[in-house]
Design a protein around this ligand. Structure first.
Ligand SMILES: Cc1ncc(COP(=O)(O)O)c(C=O)c1O
Length: 444
């Protein structure tokens, strides 16, 4: 499949027809296991001399078609489907960092990712250093670097920062992350930038700006219909792991769990896929957050219309932002189109293909007005999700971000009266009519 156009890749990349039946739609391979051709074939598969199906925890043809399609759309080399976006975030970090290591992450994160980093990964011994992405140099300052030990977090004795992590278009602030600037800083140190691109598929391709790894919660826009939880990690194939043996020991030292394989060496004959192959055959093998074949099938259905939907989401959210800006009682509208200063510069640089479907606002009446607004919605659903074809709304301070302390909420940009909208693809007149009546009911 040679097209560069996402509309075409979304329908054709990674699949032509089923080799056994000629089926055009990707079949749901609902099987746990795959018969080996011979004992030699089995040994070759287990020994990674040959790639192929063994057991659905590790790979499956339905997942494979989705993985190839998403890798092609993203401009990456290979991908790994997982059971959830949370699994994808966790694996993307655990693939390069272990106890005693650290990562530097943007503060502007989904609440679940914040908890994963601040608590669960911390308990495994991996430290997350949170920095404000307003200044890309904050990533450099938080990086362990013997030659620059005067920096705030840096220790003189070790260089154990293994990855940078951020979201492309984090809510609630909706200020695009400086991908190129931070990726360039990381590359100087031998540190890959992992981007959570959940909110901006097809709008931003982080590999084009120097990121090394992209992850998604496919639960959101990629699925697009609110039916399945899933995640994916995509390898850009553009990071030279071998060139950084001390900075990236997990890719460059013998792995006792795989007969002492040194991943950057062992995988070379198969292409620049050391990072993602290691994740599949170690983390997925051991922790087992596999994507169900049925869910992979549903994500494939979603991907087929992703380009159309992202266009419609972007147009409708922009129209909603413009409407809210004129609405009495709305004190602030948060949408990429409304930024000034550095936020406006980043929007102009990164969001050239559309600004996505998210939009936030604050009501003069604070928390009470926010609750009243949510309870008055008739068309728009009150749910925790984003990226559904339907319009969705939530009050983050009392829901998605409620497990964070007030200071942590403030650091991620959540204020008490903030309402988040994930604008769907319904007719814009119907979306605005529902907002209008609910705002009136809330006294705005
Ligand atoms: C930006 C972002 N990343 C990761 C996740 C986690 O994904 P999942 O719910 O599929 O585990 C979410 C979910 O809300 C998200 O919005």
């Amino acid at each position: 499949m040679t097209s560069k156009h996402p509309e075409t890749l979304a329908l054709h990349a990674g699949w032509r027809r089923d080799s056994a039946t000629n089926a055009v739609a990707v079949p749901i391979y609902q099987t746990t296991s795959f018969q080996f051709d011979s004992s030699e074939h089995a040994a070759n598969l287990f020994g990674l001399k040959e790639l192929g199906n063994i057991y659905t925890r590790i790979m499956n043809p339905t997942q494979d078609a989705l993985e190839q399609r998403l890798a092609a759309l993203e401009g990456g080399v290979a991908a790994l489907g997982l059971a959830s976006g949370q699994a994808a975030s966790a694996y993307s970090v655990m693939n390069v960092a272990r106890a005693g290591d650290n990562i530097v992450t943007s503060t502007d994160l989904y609440g679940g990712t914040w908890n994963l980093f601040a608590n669960t990964l911390k308990d495994t011994g991996i430290e997350a250093r949170f920095v404000d992405p307003t200044d890309p140099e904050a990533f450099a300052r938080a990086t362990d670097d013997r030659t620059r030990a005067y920096y705030a977090f840096a220790r003189a004795t070790d260089d154990r920062t293994r990855a940078y992590y951020a979201e492309t278009l984090p809510n609630p602030k909706l200020i695009p992350f400086p991908i190129a600037e931070v990726a360039a800083i990381g590359r100087k140190f031998g540190i890959p930038l992992i981007m959570d691109n959940t909110a901006a598929p097809l709008l931003v391709r982080p590999f084009d700006h120097g990121a090394a790894v992209v992850m998604y919660s496919t639960t959101k826009y990629i699925g697009g219909h609110g039916t399945s939880i899933g995640g994916v990690v995509i390898d850009g194939g553009n990071f030279d792991w071998e060139a950084h043996p001390t900075r990236q020991p997990m890719l460059n030292t013998p792995d006792p769990s795989y007969h002492g394989a040194v991943w950057s060496q062992a995988v070379k004959p198969l292409g620049p896929i050391a990072y993602i192959l290691k994740m599949r055959v170690t983390l997925l093998r051991d922790l087992g957050a596999a994507m169900a074949p049925f869910n992979a099938f549903l994500f494939l259905q979603g991907v087929e219309t992703l380009a159309l939907r992202m266009r419609a989401h972007s147009e409708n959210a922009l129209a909603v932002a413009n409407y809210l800006a004129e609405r009495k009682g709305v004190t602030r509208v948060i949408h990429p189109s409304r930024h000034t200063g550095v936020g406006a510069q980043r929007t102009a640089r990164y969001l050239t293909k559309g600004m996505g479907g998210l939009c936030g606002f604050e009501l003069a009446g604070g928390v009470d007005a926010g609750r009243k607004f949510i309870d008055s919605l008739k068309l728009i659903y009150h749910v925790a999700n984003i990226g559904d074809a339907r319009s969705l709304a939530i009050h983050p301070a009392s829901t998605t971000h409620s497990q964070l302390s007030e200071a942590e909420q403030a650091a991620t940009g959540v204020t008490p009266g903030y309402v988040r909208l994930s604008v769907g693809i319904e007719h814009i007149d119907d979306i605005i009519a529902d907002l209008d009546q609910a705002l009136s009911a809330a006294g705005a």
